[in-house]
Design a binder for this molecule. Structure first.
Ligand SMILES: NC(=O)c1ccc[n+]([C@@H]2O[C@H](COP(=O)([O-])OP(=O)(O)OC[C@H]3O[C@@H](n4cnc5c(N)ncnc54)[C@H](OP(=O)(O)O)[C@@H]3O)[C@@H](O)[C@H]2O)c1
Length: 227
């Protein structure tokens, strides 16, 4: 399947803040030549997580409504684009500064999480993608229609609360899979999904990248470049 010298991307078993890394063959894929390494590096965690939360777990289908928290972040930005590609109706949260960016990503409705109570603006949602947890997760249940689903990638939701609302829930930790990496890379190569990288930093500045990421206001992704 792979040959020495192939350009690949994916997740590593040994961590990827490194010049060399060990990866499982089922967690890497060939990098399309039309995608840069920088864009490819943004895909295996954020895009795969968005894909699996929406489709493998959330079973999102065309014409359904999905509510995406932090829709301009790494995971959220891909989730908006994947959901629109699936022809779902997308509602996303962002701060006012990012509203235009979120519209450009394709969101049908943009809610400013700082000035509006999203739960008062929204109902009858099929799927909530929770990327924030805590109070944000707690305020999300009432937006779902009966039989809907809340998928959290940050905090296990309460089964009891889900049952009380007549909905389902799941906590999801993603794992890279070769076939999904290939599908996602093809969407990027075809220009159907765009990769937004806010900043690239050299590997030697990994600490700064980590601090920037932990600030919680990155638009898209931060990528470390190995010299
Ligand atoms: N379970 C898994 O497999 C998995 C995989 C990947 C990531 N994660 C976790 O998922 C979370 C999200 O990851 P990420 O990489 O997408 O995060 P991120 O890129 O750091 O998210 C940044 C975005 O969040 C927005 N934001 C911050 N606070 C918000 C709030 N209260 N409501 C709505 N939007 C808000 C910011 O928008 P503004 O700048 O406009 O405020 C910014 O665009 C992290 O906790 C990460 O560790 C889990």
């Amino acid at each position: 399947m792979f040959r020495v010298g192939d350009e690949v991307f994916g997740r590593t078993a040994s961590g990827s803040y490194a010049e060399f890394a060990v990866a499982r063959v089922d967690q890497i894929a060939k990098k399309p030549s039309s995608i840069t390494y920088i864009h490819a590096a943004a895909l295996p965690v954020a895009a795969v997580t968005a894909w699996q939360a929406l489709f493998d777990v959330g079973q999102l289908e065309a014409n359904q409504t999905v509510f995406i928290h932090a829709a301009t972040g790494g995971v959220g930005g891909f989730a908006v684009q994947f959901a629109k590609w699936k022809k779902a109706y997308v509602i996303g949260t962002a701060s006012a500064e990012n509203a235009d960016f979120l519209e450009m990503l394709g969101a049908d409705e943009v809610i400013d999480y700082r000035s509006e109570k999203f739960e008062n603006e929204t109902s009858n949602v099929d799927l909530v993608l929770d990327t924030i947890g805590g109070e944000t997760q707690a305020r999300s249940w009432g937006m779902l229609k009966r039989g809907g689903m809340l998928v959290s990638i940050v905090q296990p939701p309460s089964e009891e609360t889900a049952a009380a609302h007549g909905v389902r829930c799941m906590f999801w930790v993603s794992e890279a899979k070769n076939d999904e990496l290939v599908q996602i890379a093809d969407l990027v190569a075809d220009g159907k999904v765009k990769v937004y990288v806010e900043k690239t930093l050299p590997l030697s500045e990994a600490r700064q990248a980590q601090e920037l990421s932990q600030g919680g206001h990155t638009r898209g992704k931060i990528v470390l470049v190995v010299p």
